[in-house]
Design a protein. Structure first.
Length: 174
């Protein structure tokens, strides 16, 4: 019985010590990326931004191929094709067609704008010029795809950081 009381007493003291530590509850999450930390101060962060943009290009590869091929004259859909593909083939696309989602292209454009704004090309003896130029090429390609597929595109060369940025007037490119 005496041993039971000692164990219970130690358990109560340990739980009181753990619960009384206020630092235990003050946890800063490590997976949150703040705006000022988007690009760090070294070459690896610039390359990581480039690889992130290139990864987004891989994500839209199916959409890019479908939009390009089904709009052409040499392809046709079969009777087993889904309705979204049939809509693209007939040039009568609804608003909820996942293949015609313009948001994927604007996500690439906006991430390119963030990277281009954050990369310091003068640092590292102009060692980041190739990364900067590659990100700029990807942004140009994304603008070209939006213009080809949708007719016109608002030209945005600064990152969209809030909904207030969406209310601004941007020039339309055709």
């Amino acid at each position: 019985m005496k041993r039971y009381k000692i164990v219970l007493f130690l358990f109560l003291i340990a739980s009181a010590a753990i619960l009384s530590c206020s630092k235990l509850l003050d946890v800063t999450p490590q997976e949150v990326l703040l705006k000022e930390d988007y690009l760090g101060k070294d070459k690896l962060d610039a390359r990581a931004a480039l690889f992130g943009v290139l990864s987004q290009m891989q994500d839209i590869s199916t959409q890019y191929i479908v939009l390009g091929e089904l709009r052409g004259d040499l392809m046709d859909v079969t009777s087993e094709a889904v309705d979204e593909l049939r809509q693209i083939n007939q040039h009568n696309v609804s608003n909820n067609n996942s293949y015609a989602d313009i948001g994927n292209y604007y996500s690439i454009i906006n991430n390119c704008n963030f990277a281009l704004k954050g990369i310091d090309t003068v640092a590292y003896d102009n060692g980041l010029l190739a990364v900067f130029a590659t990100i700029m090429r990807v942004r140009t390609w994304a603008y070209l795809q939006v213009a080809i597929n949708y007719g016109s595109v608002p030209y945005i060369n600064n990152p969209i950081e809030s909904s207030a940025d969406l209310d601004k007037e941007y020039p339309l490119l055709t």
